[in-house]
Design a protein around this ligand. Sequence first.
Ligand code: TXA
Ligand code: MG
Length: 337
Amino acid sequence: MPAEILSTHTPALFATAVEQAAARLRTGEVVAVPTETVYGLAANALDSAAVARIYAAKGRPSYNPIIVHVASRPMARACAAVWPSLADRLAAAFWPGPLTLVVPKAEVIPEIVTAGGNTVGVRWPQHPFMQALIRACDFPLAAPSANLTNQLSPTNATHVFRQLGDRVPLIVDGGDCNVGIESTVVDVTGAAPRILRPGMITEPSLLAAAALAAGRAPTPEADAGALRSPGLLKKHYSPQARVVLRSWRDESELTDQLVRLNASPERTFVLAHTRIPLSGRLPHVLIIPDDPEAFARGLYAELHRCDELGAEWIVVEELPDTPAWSGLTDRLRRAAA
Ligand code: TXA
Ligand code: MG
């Protein structure tokens, strides 16, 4: 049976969707839900059997831990054995929002959520449906992105349906995701925050908020990002087409690059943000905004579209090397790996 899809765009539909999703989650089922970053595949985080269904539906390897979503600070606190002051400060600055804090796990969080590890990733998402759902359930929701393992994350309900439509009972349609890429994941078990996965909350903002906590100047960790996060395999977040990152001065330089790739222009989609090929000789040029937040909001939808249209190659214009773009560069490098 294909998944049921519930809309949320009127107060009555919203309330019904909360009720039905919560009812399924209470009985241990999985439900695909909107968040402001990407859609998630949720289950009761305190119920091992329910969480096992997430791994099964996604084909997720058992070594990859799952983020737990909460709707208040006390609920977050209850997931942790210790709540570091650093976590407090970052939560005050960025929650609800696209930030996951990795803290020592509490007893109540089953091992299947943390893949056997002694830390748990906790996030208070900003999306109104997700918040209402967690409050209705009154238990935290484990939720990875609602895609098949190693495929592109979904940023609308149609994306979810295409990948998981025959593997989950219910998809809640909460519209297009407002952030568009996955949360920044930060380990706060040490003295300074360590970024395990970059995102739209940047390192300078994290360090500034952390420094307020410690009452000292921000000092970036030399090995920030080097710390292992089990899910951060090099190849990840990939569309079906082959992705490459390139820069070009003008269209003829871009065309030369396509020749070198042996990429036929008919099957090649160019995603440009500043040097846009305008001659009309390249049939598939997608323009994405030259602004990190707008770019993030549109990126996955464009990559999904390239796949639907049968792209063989996706050539993405290199992004600026600044903190605001680092989460996006990370996702594109992984897509290209
Ligand atoms: O924005 C997001 O974070 C979305 C939405 C649904 O909240 N979720 C998401 O989940 O992207 P997922 O499972 O696709 O990615 C979670 C990442 C993985 O790389 C995982 O390894 C890492 O977070 N992670 C989760 N718990 C961890 C932990 N205890 N220690 C280290 N890394 C952890
Ligand atoms: Mg994912």
